[in-house]
Design a protein around this ligand. Structure first.
Ligand code: MTE
Ligand code: MO
Length: 220
C-alpha cells in the first residue's frame, strides 16, 4: 500500500512536470514573441529559434517593413521594385531545410517564402544570364547559379518555423540556399541582380569556395 501511494505520487509529479516544462503543454509548438512557433513539421523536429545560431558581419540590421523595397535588376526585361506586401502576396512555398555554417554548426528550420524564380519570371530574365547576385543591407553579398535557383525552387523566406523572420535573423528576407554552406544564405536582402559572369561575394572574395556545396570544399 505504501509503495502504491509513492508510485501514484511519483506518476503525478512526472505528469505535472511534463506540463510545466513547456509553455504550451505541447512539444510540437512553442511561443516566440507574440507568435506561435512550429517545432515539428511533417514528422520532422525543428530547432527552436531561441536555440538557432546566428552570425553576421555587422550585427542586426533594423529594416522597417513599411519603407522596405526589394530591387530586382540587371539582365531583366523589366526591373522591379517590390514592397513587403507585394513580396508576401505571391503564392508561397514551405520547406524544412538545414542551414549548415561552414564553421561546423547547423540547425533545422521550416522556411516559408516566395520562390526566386517567381520574381525572376515577373522581371523576365534575358538570354545569356548565368548568375544571380544578392545584396544585403549590411553590405554583405553573395551569388548563386541561375539554374541552381530555378531547378531547386529556391525560396526567399519571410517566415521561419511559421514566425515572421525575426529582425536579428534577416528580416524581411533570407535566401534558403539549400545544400549550400550558410554563407550563401543572404539575410536582410535589398537587391537582386541578374548577371552573366561569376561573382564573388563577401566570404567568397575572402577565400571561401564560390560553389559552396555542403560537404564539398570550403576554400578555394
Ligand atoms: N546579410 C548577411 N547575410 C548573411 C551573413 C551576414 O553576415 N550578413 N552571414 C552568412 C553566414 S556565414 C551564415 S552561416 C548564415 C547564418 O544565418 P542564420 O542567421 O540563419 O543562422 O547567414 C549568412 N547570411
Ligand atoms: Mo557561416
Amino acid at each position: 500500500m505504501k509503495m502504491f501511494v509513492i508510485f501514484v505520487i511519483l506518476c503525478l509529479f512526472i505528469s505535472i512536470s511534463g506540463c510545466i516544462s513547456s509553455d504550451t503543454g505541447r512539444d510540437d509548438v512553442g511561443i516566440y514573441g507574440d507568435e506561435v512557433e512550429t517545432l515539428e513539421y511533417q514528422g520532422i523536429e525543428l530547432t527552436p529559434i531561441s536555440e538557432q545560431r546566428n552570425n553576421a558581419i555587422k550585427g542586426t540590421q533594423g529594416i522597417i517593413e513599411d519603407t522596405y523595397l526589394l530591387r530586382i535588376d540587371g539582365m531583366v526585361d523589366e526591373p522591379l521594385t517590390l514592397t513587403y506586401d507585394q513580396i508576401t502576396s505571391y503564392p508561397n512555398v514551405s520547406k524544412v531545410v538545414d542551414l549548415n555554417c561552414v564553421e561546423g554548426w547547423d540547425f533545422t528550420g521550416k522556411w516559408t517564402g516566395v520562390p526566386v524564380a517567381t520574381l525572376l519570371d515577373e522581371a523576365g530574365v534575358q538570354e545569356g544570364a548565368t548568375t544571380v547576385t544578392f545584396y544585403s543591407a549590411d553590405g554583405y553579398s553573395t551569388s548563386l547559379d541561375l539554374y541552381y535557383l530555378i531547378d531547386n525552387n529556391i525560396i526567399l523566406a519571410y517566415r521561419l518555423n511559421d514566425v515572421t523572420l525575426p529582425q536579428d535573423r534577416g528580416f524581411p528576407l533570407q535566401l534558403v540556399a539549400e545544400s549550400k554552406y550558410g554563407y550563401k544564405w543572404a539575410k536582410w536582402i535589398t537587391g537582386i541582380e541578374v548577371i552573366n559572369e561569376p561573382y564573388e561575394g563577401y566570404w567568397e572574395s575572402r577565400g571561401y569556395n564560390n560553389n559552396a556545396d555542403y560537404g564539398g570544399p570550403r576554400f578555394g
